[in-house]
Design a protein around this ligand. Structure first.
Ligand code: AMP
Ligand code: MG
Length: 401
């Protein structure tokens, strides 16, 4: 263990993790199931968007030059309510066609006026204003056929999935979801719903980690929680490495006698680094158990959450070629005093408020790494550099929770 990188900077830890990559598998998935997936190839549009010139308004279509001297009276020659009907018309001088939003423009017309600015009687319409050329949505003005709308690695959000449908895709090539095993360790852990004996607590990390795995688009499985015995741990790690792409453990990675995840990894696994300069969250290790990547996350619930976001998520994004960070960062002004640690990048849980002067960050909750409420009741992690002094009014980066 001595020569293994120890207590490394977060950036170095990410770099070490990224030396291990998983073979990425591409699968074609119906559009309905593409939410939160990673696009596997560049995606050209199969059609022009819109496919044809159409009206942006419910109103009348006419020749612009007929409307420059309002009010204007025009003869209504018909109605276009849907595709196909435009072929019936060729709008000539002095004529107008009633047209609905999204319906194709008839030949001859080059302007639209919305219905509210007109009045009609029998087959005559009076326009109170000039026609509007910019109320015509031009074929291909949003996307041209063949144009790459999304690059490989794009994280598929609801609006992006909608646009894929607009472009004509019933299904998409996406990166297969990673199967992630989650193993909590600790003799003191009970499942929620069971009766607590003295000294026991409810196991929460596997549930939180499971949510985080889903949040970045992969498939978690919470394996049985194991007590602090080497044999049980070995069995569950062997099972996990044979069935899953990635193993996350929680607990048992600190310096103590009973920190058995660290111990078994030292003796029987392969450790690539242990401990990082991140607080909360300094104890984790990364390595391989029988060729399967494994993150040994801390037991303290805030720490395991933070390490997932800061270390595991970037690695998963890298190995699945996902583009861009999944985190949303904002800048906020400190409204309360905050203190970093001496030696590590420090994440303080803050409430974020939007006021006249923009966003402000308030540290309101006690910051113990065992206090999961400090994450659950906060809106952000303020990112503080070690040793630096921060005063009220200073602007800091905040990762939204
Ligand atoms: P450990 O790293 O195993 O020493 O655990 C550190 C602290 O986190 C202890 O107070 C544990 O009781 C707590 N802890 C460990 N695992 C979990 C878990 N899965 N859920 C909630 N708390 C945990
Ligand atoms: Mg423990």
């Amino acid at each position: 263990m001595d020569e293994k990188p120890y207590f490394v900077e977060l950036g170095q830890a990410i770099e070490i993790c990224n030396r291990i990559t998983l073979q990425s598998v591409v699968e074609r998935v119906p559009l309905d199931d593409c939410y939160n997936r990673i696009l596997a190839t560049d995606l050209p549009s199969l059609v022009n968007d819109p496919p044809f010139d159409n009206s942006a308004m419910d109103g009348f279509a006419m020749r612009y030059e007929d409307t420059t001297n309002p009010p204007t009276d025009l003869e209504i020659i018909g109605v276009i309510q849907a595709a196909g009907q435009e072929d019936n018309f060729d709008v000539k001088k002095g004529q107008a066609v009633r047209i609905m939003t999204g319906a194709p423009m008839p030949k001859g017309a080059d302007a639209i006026l919305q219905i509210e600015l007109t009045s009609s009687k029998n087959n005559k319409v009076t326009l109170s204003q000039e026609g509007m050329k910019n109320f015509i949505r031009k074929a291909g003005e949003n996307l041209k056929k063949g144009e790459i709308a999304f690059e490989a690695g794009t994280h598929l959000t609801p609006s992006k999935i909608g646009l894929c449908a607009t472009m004509g895709y019933p299904s998409l090539p996406v990166v297969r979801r990673l199967k992630v095993a989650i193993i909590s360790t600790g003799d003191e852990l009970k499942q929620p719903g069971d009766e607590l004996e003295r000294g026991e607590i409810y196991e929460s990390n596997s549930f939180g980690l499971s949510g985080l795995v889903k949040w970045i688009g992969h498939t978690p499985t919470r394996l049985q929680c194991v007590g602090d015995t080497i044999d049980d741990l070995r069995n569950v790690l062997d099972k996990a490495s044979s069935e899953f792409d990635l193993i996350l453990t929680s607990g048992g990675v600190s310096m103590g006698e009973w920190d058995l995840v660290r111990k078994i990894m030292e003796e029987e696994g392969e450790i690539h680094f242990w401990r990082i300069k991140l607080r909360p969250g300094s104890p984790p290790l990364f390595g391989l158990w029988k060729d399967t990547p494994i993150f040994g996350l801390p037991g303290n619930p805030v720490s395991s959450h933070v390490v997932f976001r800061m270390l595991v998520a970037p690695w998963i994004r890298n190995t699945t070629s996902a583009k861009g960070p999944v985190e949303h960062r904002v800048r906020a002004k400190l409204a309360t005093t905050v203190k970093p640690t001496k030696d590590s990048l420090t994440l303080r849980r803050v409430s974020i408020e939007l006021g006249d002067e923009g966003l402000t960050a308030h540290q309101k909750i006690h910051q113990g790494s065992g206090n999961l409420a400090s994450v659950a009741f906060s809106e952000g992690f303020a990112i503080l550099q070690p040793m630096q002094e921060y005063s009220i009014g200073d602007t800091v980066d905040v990762i939204l929770i």
